[in-house]
Ligand binder design. Structure first.
Ligand code: KIV
Ligand code: ZN
Length: 369
């Protein structure tokens, strides 16, 4: 393993599936899990087994099906949750239990109605109990984004001592700024005894549109796992989008990060998840949106026709999109008309092009009225 390999933890089937009205059945989940395995993710969070019999069965079925990827089940820091996750993961080749508890003052006082010391005790007991079933235990400090760094470091140090191997630092409410989130990761790296034996993980929500930026800041400051979903789906405004963080690392290779993702499979998988969930991808979505490689203004079209890289930083085939699109709009110029005509078999002379272009302009004016 190189020091800068970033593990991709996909939670499309758990956090992603929390999108209202987007429930998947077991066969659909298995189909998506197999595609995630093919894509090259390192961990699939398959569900929250104690939450419903359906979730339990799906985690179990996925654990029994995929072979080259870690399968993870979520639990609260509660014995029955952890035992249920362990049971669902029984046949997994690489099982991981993901357990945790809220650590911010607002969660401790108002949701859990307890004390910071009790939270540490419960966290430690949960990790020890999970450890009695599996070697690979990930701990999440819910609402870490709004948790005081000194207290968070105490929690993290205690759970590492109890056996946690991956430490998830969720920005549960999508509150942090990238610099703030990055410094939180760095603070933990510099202030938790035993942290060198463990992996710090980012899990950023998108309430302020900063999930991707925060995840990248996290790895720049020492995290080595990113939790994310296909199309960025998830609770409320969603999670970090897998395709965005992967392509950022690929397009900025000087950062020195690598992943095992086969990027050519990104677009087909984005479409599959969108179809199965009945959740359209917004057209302007980075990497996988319908307009991500579409050019509509005359100036851009002229540039792209002359050299694609003038207005595209990603080759569409690198993410499984067939080709860039030149869309004829009221803002298109002669270059786009000539290009489109050629595509459908007409090599226009200058005179013909002038005529076609004039007719096209009239059609666009009429359309606008
Ligand atoms: O956002 C969050 O804090 C979570 C945890 C359960 C990991 O999804
Ligand atoms: Zn989450």
């Amino acid at each position: 393993m190189t020091e800068n390999k970033i593990f991709i933890f996909d939670t499309t089937l758990r956090d992603g599936e929390q999108v209202p009205g987007c429930k998947l059945n077991m066969d659909q989940k298995i189909e998506i899990a197999l595609k995630l395995e093919e894509l090259g993710v390192d961990v699939i969070e398959a569900g929250f087994p104690v939450s419903s019999p359906g979730d339990f069965q799906s985690v179990e079925a996925i654990a029994n099906t995929v072979k080259n990827v870690t399968v993870c089940g979520l639990s609260r820091a509660v014995e029955k949750d952890i035992a249920s996750a362990a049971e669902a993961l029984r046949k997994a080749k690489y099982p991981r239990i993901h357990t945790g508890i809220g650590t911010s003052s607002i969660h401790i006082e108002h949701k859990l109605k307890t004390t910071p010391e009790d939270i540490i005790e419960r966290a430690v007991q949960a990790v020890k109990y999970a450890k009695s079933f599996v070697e690979d235990v990930e701990f999440y400090a819910e609402d870490a984004g709004r948790t005081n760094n000194e207290y968070l470091a105490r929690v993290i140090e205690a759970v590492i001592k109890a056996g946690a191997t991956v430490l998830n630092i969720p920005d549960t409410t999508g509150y942090c700024l990238p610099e703030e989130y990055g410094m939180k990761i760095r603070y933990l790296k510099e202030n938790c005894k035993g942290i060198e034996k463990a992996i710090l993980s980012t899990h950023c929500h998108n309430d302020l549109g900063l999930a991707t930026a925060n995840s990248i800041a996290g790895i720049q400051h020492g995290a080595r796992q990113i939790e994310c979903t296909i199309n960025g789906i998830g609770e409320r405004a969603g999670n970090t989008s897998l395709e965005e963080v992967v392509m950022i690392m690929r397009q900025h290779q000087y950062l020195g990060f690598s992943t095992g993702i086969k990027t050519q499979l990104l677009y087909p998988l984005s479409q599959l998840v969108s179809d199965k969930m009945g959740m359209p991808v917004q057209p302007n979505k980075a990497i996988v949106g319908a307009n991500a490689f579409a050019h509509s203004s005359g100036i851009h079209q002229d540039g792209v026709i002359k050299k694609r890289e003038t207005y595209e930083i990603i080759n569409p085939s690198d993410v499984g999109v067939d080709e860039s699109k030149i869309v004829l709009t009221a803002r298109s110029g002669r270059a786009a008309i000539a290009y489109r005509a050629k595509q459908i078999g007409y090599d226009l002379t200058k005179d013909r092009l002038d005529k076609v272009y004039a007719a096209f302009c009239i059609s666009q004016t009429v359309k606008r009225k």
